[in-house]
Design a protein around this ligand. Structure first.
Ligand code: 13P
Length: 243
């Protein structure tokens, strides 16, 4: 199955820089699904800059409620109307910076699906949890709490300690965690859990992408820092597995 290479710009990117980025990306890479998730205000301009290129644009969060008096929040319905296709939910930075619980992530996933967006739900352990040998327990609990019944979307396994640190788990560790996540998905979702893509995220770079993307059960990458430069993002996409 072809892999998905997704870029999470986080709180980076400018309107001024969009057109150069989009034209570099428009050269594209065949046989790989590409997704870019810029900050909310850049979603529509990025879609327009990408034009007819088959590159998806997504958001980094949405609210759990459909509309109403929630100052500063953005609904899934509006994101869908803007042309976003995916939404990242439960990123560890939102879990940490905004105190988002798995229950809230689950409610957001429901709102996203109801609006026709594809949720990309993030899970992953902190360094302290890893040191305490709690990685699988933590990730299993995050999946159990964050995925609504009948969930349809993608999962991103992002060890918190690997994000922006230049450190990655070993190939065996990535494989073991992706297999553990697959087992949880099958248990929770039945048949739907068998083919659900599980992306790896955390210090994916052009230099390690080929190794990471060939690990069994890795369905693609969720890329932070390296997605900000179109050349690096495309180099990572070139390392992805084709269909
Ligand atoms: O958090 C990430 C993507 O969501 C990963 O970030 P880095 O690729 O910068 O480590």
């Amino acid at each position: 199955m072809r892999q998905m290479i997704a870029g999470n710009w986080k709180m980076n990117g400018t309107l001024a820089g969009l057109s150069a980025y989009a034209s570099a990306l428009r050269q594209g890479v065949e046989g790989v699904d590409l997704l870019v998730c810029p900050p909310f205000p850049l979603i529509r301009p990025l879609i327009e800059a990408l034009g007819d290129a088959s590159i998806w644009v997504g958001a980094q969060d949405c609210d759990a409620k459909r509309s109403g008096p929630h100052t500063g929040d953005v609904s899934a319905d509006l994101l869908a109307e803007l042309g976003a296709r995916h939404v990242i939910l439960g990123h560890s930075e939102r879990r940490a910076d905004h105190g988002e619980s798995s229950t809230l992530v689950r409610d957001k996933a429901r709102a996203a699906s109801a609006a026709g967006l594809v949720p990309v739900i993030c899970v992953g352990e902190t360094e302290a949890e890893r040191d305490a040998h709690e990685t699988e327990t933590v990730v299993r609990a995050q999946l159990a709490g964050s995925l609504p019944d009948g969930f349809s979307g993608l999962i991103a396994y992002e060890p918190v300690w690997a994000i922006g640190s230049g450190k990655t788990p070993s190939e065996d560790e990535v494989e073991a965690m992706h297999r553990a996540i697959r087992a949880s998905l099958k248990k929770q979702l039945g048949e739907a859990g068998e083919a659900m893509p599980i992306l790896y995220g955390g210090s994916v770079k052009p230099a390690n992408a080929e190794t990471l993307m060939r690990i069994p059960e890795v369905g693609g990458a969720l890329v932070g820092g390296a997605s900000l430069k179109a050349e690096d993002f495309l180099a990572i996409a070139s390392a992805a597995v084709r269909d």
